[in-house]
Design a protein around this ligand. Sequence first.
Ligand code: AMP
Length: 320
Amino acid sequence: MPQIVHDPDRMRALVVEAQAAGRRVGFVPTMGALHAGHASLVARAAGACDDVAVSIFVNPTQFGPQEDFSRYPRTLSADAALLAPHGVRWIYAPEVSAVYPPGDATRIVVGGPAVRLEGERRPGHFDGVATVVCKLFLTVPADAAYFGAKDWQQTLVVKRMVRDLGLPIEIVVCPTVREADGLAMSSRNAYLSAAERPRAVALSESLRQAEQLWAAGANAAAIERMMRETMEARGIVVDYAAVADSESLEPLAADAAEAVALVAGRLGSTRLIDNRELRARSPSADRSTPDPGETPDSGHAPNSGHAPNSGHAPNQGQTC
Ligand code: AMP
């Protein structure tokens, strides 16, 4: 079983000691309630590093006052059991007071890719993410850290922070792992009722359709409209359905060859997000904005099945 470490100083000493012995250390930050998506990050880290540390910490500063911090699942022993066969050496599971000492008054404030989409719907969320990731990198000074493309905007924010602050760590972005029907795995899927679960597939379905429309030459506005309609037809309250520049998340230039489609919506009290890269299309693709309803095959790209979508990192770092 992995060694569970609660104390930050002890954790840092263990990593430093391993590195002094010439070992490469990989780090997977999580909030626990682990699933196969997290396991894929661990497997990638284990393949490239001598030792792997996984942090399990439900970070209060990235939750808004009306969000699910108190009900977020906390399953440390099940998580440790899930990680045991993956060769994880350490689980870092600090108390909130060890990460945010009483009276703490310091935050990292992020702009750039943090501003739109999740940043607009969840004010302060990415400041909380950046703050905790920076603190975790100081306590677990690994050689590389592994993040999921499932949280696309988060990967952009973390990469930008690492670059801007000159943090000495490589960021690796890994593909999204999906359930058999295409739903992106998420700890929050556990909140879905039996009636809501089949409807949740509308997020990934809208992204598959977006990929097809994109390849057929549709413009961003048409794709966004279709994604919204697909989700609303299954009763999802859409927060956003966007096609954006995959690095800046700014609105797409008319002649852009690549993009990312991102969706967020609520089913009952559960908020879900997903995204898919829209790969380079030929310049000759017809941009005459076909009606989504006229698209052939209604949205099942041959390779879109249930394999992970590619998690190509936009700029720094590398992808799995
Ligand atoms: P979380 O525990 O939700 O904070 O996620 C911890 C890490 O796991 C983040 O880098 C997520 O992007 C990543 N992750 C979450 N779900 C998935 C998934 N379905 N596939 C791949 N990575 C994921």
